[in-house]
Design a protein around this ligand. Sequence first.
Ligand code: SUG
Length: 444
Amino acid sequence: MTAHELSFDGIVGPTHNYSGLSLGNLASQKNVHAVSNPRAAAQQGLRKMKLLHDLGVRQGVLPPHHRPAIDILRKLGFTGRDDQVVVKAQRASPALLTACSSASSMWAANAATVCPSPDSRDGTVHFTPANLRSHFHRQIEAPMTACVLRTIFDDPERFVHHPPLPLAEPFGDEGAANHTRLCQRYGDPGVQLFVYGKRAFDRDAPAPTRYRARQTLEASQAVSRLHELDEGRTVFAQQEPSAIDAGVFHNDVIAVGNQNVFFFHANAFLDPMRMKRELQEAFGPGLHLIEVASDDIPIEDAISSYLFNSQLITLPTGKMALVVPEECRESTRVWSYLRRLVEEDLFIGRVEVVDVRQSMENGGGPACLRLRVVLTEEEIRHVSGSVMLDEDLFQRLETWVDDHYRDHLTEADLGDPHLLDESRKALDELTQVLKLGSLYPFQR
Ligand code: SUG
């Protein structure tokens, strides 16, 4: 069966800002109160998508969520007209308004776990939106994410949508940021690697002590059951707790895989020997592991450069390219490692550099911004809306950003009712461009 890996990036929303909302995410904490530039952020995201498209990747877009989330603020007791709700919320609790204004849906790797049809017993593509229960500003994404995915992948014969896992501590789920699919060709049955930060039902098991583990084993197991995966081809591995405490809040900060290549840091896993053995047994011959030693790249450099949060893609030539953030080129150590890798590695033949600095300053690199969906040719024909990027859509989106986005946003600006208006106008127009119908609550 011929299948392709599609990459769906979250479009950065008009309220992109720096509020220091994510404990354990060093960049988010460091840049709290910085002035953001939503227009530059969205343009950087679009240019990355265009680069991937030009490299031969089938690139799709996911619309941003409506922010500030008036529906949530109303649930918390704010009343009156929508503009009054914003003003009252800011007066009562600026922290609450910032959480309800985050553009965090841009990090589409956290949108869901997606398993393709060759891997499931019922031969359908399975989607489970992440409940993102570790942080309030992210938890409120789940219902809208579910709605967006159901709208785009709207064919019950081919696409199965599960609800997010129960919102309880044992089932913290952060989606594809802790999930990697390895395979020979995309259409072959693959191996699913689920990485978790702690076992919630075993209080004595190793766990981080400084920052919280966002993904539990129990959540990963539930997703693997829901997606009807083959147990012999599913591997669960625990993150090294000290890595989480050093700032590795998701596994995709320290590992990335594509087809038969898995690129990871030696300190990523609690038991790397076991992880490698289990992956090799499940995969069979031909798995190519690239383990980066701390002597080559100390974990702190891996985190600050986001080397592993790069996108590892297969080019039309069959060779792979690593799409890394600009910050990798700024680190002498990381850059010289990458030059060596490209010279010596059998599979990775190219490095491409992207500027996604606005997102990086909130802890989101190239890989955080995309959700991978492997689809057969037939399934691709059933994707709804005009969400696949081409030259025309790229240009329309660039103009749309220029028309609607501010280039300067502070926390105080989030209480400006004009921002709510501007954002709604922008999203309303976007649903027309993407042909997604009335997606948002304010359109109904
Ligand atoms: O959940 N940052 C996001 C970054 C997510 C990155 N995703 C992956 N690694 N897949 C987070 O920590 C910061 C928002 C703020 O502080 O304003 C934030 O939510």
